[in-house]
Structures are given as C-alpha cells and as structure tokens.
Design a binder for this molecule. Structure first.
Ligand code: EPU
Length: 420
C-alpha cells in the first residue's frame, strides 16, 4: 500500500490544470447502457473511480477502448451480457448505483448490492428505490442484494423528498428509455446533471430543465440512443481543493482549465477570508494574504458551499485569525476527521454531528495519518503541506479515486511530496 510522504512549510507557485470532473465522468459511463452505437468520451480524468466504472461496463459486455489523450471509445454489445452488477466493484463505489436504472430498462431486471463509496454518513438509497417504484418497477431486497424487475417502465411525476445529486441523475437516466413523460421535482441543480442531460440530448434524448428544480424527460419507449460524443466538464471539486490550497500556501497560483462559475460561492468565502483572487472564463489566479481571517461556513446543495470543500476549508480555518463555525448540513458523517487535525496542533471543538468551531491561527505539526475518504484525504494533504515537519498519509487509494497523479501535479508547484 503506497503512502504520501510530505514535508510541509514550503510556499507554492506556478500553474495547475484541472482535470475532467469525476462526478461527471462516472455518470457518462453508466449512461452508455442507453446506447446502441459507440460513444466517444473526452477529457476523462485518470482516476481509480473511472477505472472501476470501466470494469463494470466490460463485465456487461461493453468494449472500453483507451484511445489516449484522456479519450475513451465505448462500444455497446448487441446484447448486454448480464443483469447484475459485479458485486466486488459495486460495493466499492457509490456511482455503481447509476448503472442500475439504465440496466433495468435494457434488461427488464437488475440486481445490485448496497453501493459503497466514501464513508461520510449513512448514505441511504431510499430516494432511488421510491423513484423507481413510482415508475412501476418492482423492488425487492434480500440478503443485502436488491432486485428490480419491470416489463414496462412508465414515466412518472416524482417529487424528491430530499435534494439528491445521484438520485436525480439515476431517475433521469431511467426515464430516458421509459414509456411516456417523467417529471422530476425538487431535483438537484449540480452542473454535472445538466452536462449529463446535454450529452443525452445531443444523442437524441428529450430532456428539458436539467440544472433547474424541475426536469422533464420524454421517454423513448425502449428505443436506444444512437451514439455520440461527450466532453467531461472541469472538476469543480478539484478546482475548489486547489483554490483552498493556494489561499493558504500560494505565492501566486494559476488554476487553469476550470469553470470559476461552478465554485463562485467558495471563491466568495475565500475573498471574505482576505484572499486575493483574479479570474477569467476558465482560470483563477490566487495569492495568499499576509493574514487569513476566519469566516464561517454552512454547506448546502449546489450552488451553495459544497460539502466536498468542507474538510479542506477547515484546514484553511486552522490558519486563519479568529473563530469560525462550520455547519455541515448535507452529510452527518463528514466531521469525523477533526481529531486528527487536533493531533496535528489544530484547535477545533466539535459541537455535534453537524457543527464544529475552529480557532486559529494554529501551528500544525507533521504526523502519520490514514486517509479515510477522498475529500478528507485531500484535506490531510493540504494540512501536511502547511505543517512543520514530515507527514505520512496512508490509504491513498482513497485520494487516487478522485485526484489524478496528485503528487506529481503538486510537485510542479514546488511541493515536497512523494509516493512511497
Ligand atoms: N440521501 C437520502 N436518500 C437517498 C439519497 C440521498 O437520504 O436515497 C441523502 C444523503 O444521505 C445526503 C443527502 O441526501 O444527506 C444528499 O446526498 P446526495 O444524494 O446529493 O449525495 P450523492 O449523490 O450520494 C454526490 C457526490 C458526492 C457529493 C454529494 C453532494 C457523486 C458520485 N457523489 O453524492 O461526491 O459529496 O453528491 O454534492 O456524484 C465525492 O466526490 O467525494 C463525493 C462524495
């Protein structure tokens, strides 16, 4: 098992390019189940979660051709090879559940285990199950395996009880091949959803309103999409992680190939903390201030402050002057890393499962840590780069799940980080 060995305290400078969005790419590959002809996907990030979705596709009989330069060509089989998802992989990534709706409309049935992924709370799947039931799909569960069956999938008028990013995408994809019209209300607004709908529309689907709370899908009654090309949008979560890192350590860092609009709320928080930010259409330039000022944050669904930026932002707050409250409203298990930062020298008091108070500035000291999940992993990397002395971060598979060759890219900014 590799680890990152990081010697902290160095100022960073230079340019870092953002890769394609994990949370867009890993939805495009399951969407390939809706097609009868090849699909070309460009700007695919070289991350572990993408490789897992390729494994799931191959297992269903799809050809996955790596054409180089971050481009993949997916060739659908005449007949999908199975109606169940490979259990070992499905249990590892949350996005495996995105395969289920398209698989069901192709096969008339689908079997899958409870999906895995980052351990950041309970992460139930009740919204997916409710939504599928509303479309006339029979849902059963026994021994931890869910079994879905439907001879006909009907469009439905469905209101999400809670705003959910992947449940919105899942029902949207299920509805594309269903009979009749589906209306999804209280849908999530994340840019990856609109990007997914744009791709499906360009390939012949009829989806309006993606990116707004009400999405309307005219079902194609089983007629498969013909093939198409998709370019993965820039990763806003990676963009934000780099923006936070630059705000603490950046003499001057230019983040390129990104969409600043997708991280505007984070940039506003950074500006309030005193960070100097310039931005263009697809770049952001950040200079750390002489002194960061504490600013409170409350996570929310998009376009609010992303829950995925919460842990890296807490690291920033350990370096800011003053006291700030961090309120994690989306997941109930996303503050479990705080003790680790306190062991590095931070002064953080957790109030309850959702709220914490950070006092700063504090001097962090390097330590040996394990990365429990992807976004905590990047927060630990940032903390280690800030800290005095050497840190070692284990379980970096979790970081490789979502950040392509992070060590190499940070070294180009002057960071002392190596993979051992
Ligand atoms: N929820 C339910 N029932 C469900 C589904 C969700 O109660 O059936 C709850 C969740 O427990 C949570 C809330 O709804 O409290 C919102 O969660 P959501 O479903 O929106 O999250 P997700 O779709 O599972 C995606 C991203 C996450 C990101 C969240 C929030 C993917 C594959 N994952 O998760 O990304 O944190 O939206 O924006 O798109 C990451 O990239 O590291 C990551 C965890």
């Amino acid at each position: 098992m590799s680890r990152f060995i990081i010697r902290g305290g160095k100022t960073l400078a230079g340019t870092i390019a953002v890769r394609g969005a994990k949370n867009h790419a890993i939805k495009i590959f399951p969407a390939c189940l809706l097609f009868s002809k090849p699909i070309v996907v460009k700007n695919v990030p070289g991350i572990e979660d993408v490789l897992r979705t390729h494994e799931l596709l191959r297992d269903l009989g799809f050809l996955v051709e790596d054409q180089g330069e971050r481009t993949y060509r997916i060739v659908p089989p005449a007949r999908v090879a199975a109606s169940s998802l490979r259990r070992d992989i499905a249990e590892r990534i949350r996005a495996s559940i995105l395969f289920v709706g398209p698989l069901l409309v192709r096969q008339g049935r689908a079997e899958f285990p409870f999906p895995g992924g980052c351990v950041i709370g309970r992460r139930p799947i009740d919204l997916f199950l409710d939504g599928w039931r509303s479309m006339g799909i029979e849902v059963r569960e026994s021994g931890g395996i869910f079994r879905l069956k439907a001879t006909r999938v009907r469009g439905a008028d469905y209101t999400f009880r809670i705003v959910s990013h992947t449940a919105t995408e899942s029902l949207l994809m299920t509805a594309v091949l269903a009979e009749g019209t589906t209306i999804l209300r209280n849908a999530a607004l994340d840019p990856e959803i609109a990007a997914l709908a744009d791709f499906l529309n360009a390939s012949g689907a009829s989806i309006t309103g993606a990116g707004t709370p009400t999405i309307r899908i005219e079902g194609m009654s089983g007629t498969l999409l013909k093939g198409g090309t998709c370019t993965v949008i820039p990763d806003r979560l990676e963009t934000g992680s780099f923006a936070i890192l630059a705000s603490i350590l950046g003499k001057k860092i230019r983040i390129t190939d990104c969409n600043p609009q997708h991280v505007e709320v984070l940039l506003q928080h950074l500006r309030t903390a005193g960070v100097s930010i310039r931005q263009g259409m697809d770049w952001i330039e950040i200079k750390r201030p002489l002194r960061l000022t504490a600013v409170g944050v409350r996570t929310r669904e998009y376009p609010g402050f992303a829950t995925d930026h919460q842990a890296p932002f807490v690291v920033l707050l350990t370096q800011a002057t003053g006291q700030a409250m961090v309120f994690e409203t989306v997941f109930e298990g996303r503050l479990s890393y705080l003790e680790e930062l306190n062991r590095m020298g931070a002064c953080i008091t957790q109030c309850d499962l959702h709220r914490t108070i950070v006092n700063g500035p504090t001097r962090l000291r390097g330590r040996a840590m394990e990365s429990p999940d992807l976004r905590t992993g990047i927060a630990f990397v940032i903390a280690a780069l800030v800290a005095k002395g050497t840190s070692s971060i284990g379980n970096i598979y979790q970081i490789d799940r979502g950040y392509e060759q992070l060590d190499e890219r940070l070294r180009a900014l002057g960071a002392d980080i190596k993979r051992e």
